[in-house]
Write a protein that binds this ligand. Structure first.
Ligand code: SF4
Length: 124
């Protein structure tokens, strides 16, 4: 399980597995160097590095319009991210259950996981 504070470019810990709880969005996003020589080294190059975690996860009780506006701002950051592909694969495989990852929200990530499983069954 990934600690809620872990995410690409927003890394605090070991980056293992998916989050099972929404992160504490009061935490400022930052990157530590412990991933430099690991499979998670790509996280250090995330465009979200240095941004506020709340932009990617949102506060509790967020209204729909506020959520959409916030997520659009997060997606705009992801759109220019040099490690978007690696982030997407991580978010799909972890699996990450909360927040915007690689420009995708929770529902989009889940739909992609479902589609990949379906495609794998067809190919088998
Ligand atoms: S794709 Fe988005 S969430 Fe993933 S590392 Fe880049 S900016 Fe961060």
């Amino acid at each position: 399980m990934t600690h809620p504070k872990n995410r690409p470019g927003l890394v605090f810990g070991t980056g293992l597995g998916g989050m099972t709880q929404k992160p504490d969005t009061r935490i400022r996003i930052r990157v530590i160097d412990t991933h430099a020589s690991t499979a998670y080294a790509w996280q250090n190059r995330g465009a979200c590095r240095g941004t506020d975690a709340e932009l990617f996860f949102g506060p509790d009780g967020e209204r729909i319009r506020e959520k959409e506006a916030r997520e659009n701002r997060a997606r705009a950051i992801c759109a220019s991210c040099p490690v978007l592909a690696a982030c997407r694969e991580h978010a799909l495989s972890a699996p990450e259950k909360f927040g915007i990852w690689a420009g995708m929200d929770e529902q989009e990530l889940e739909a992609e996981r479902h589609e990949r499983k379906r495609a794998a069954k067809v190919a088998a």
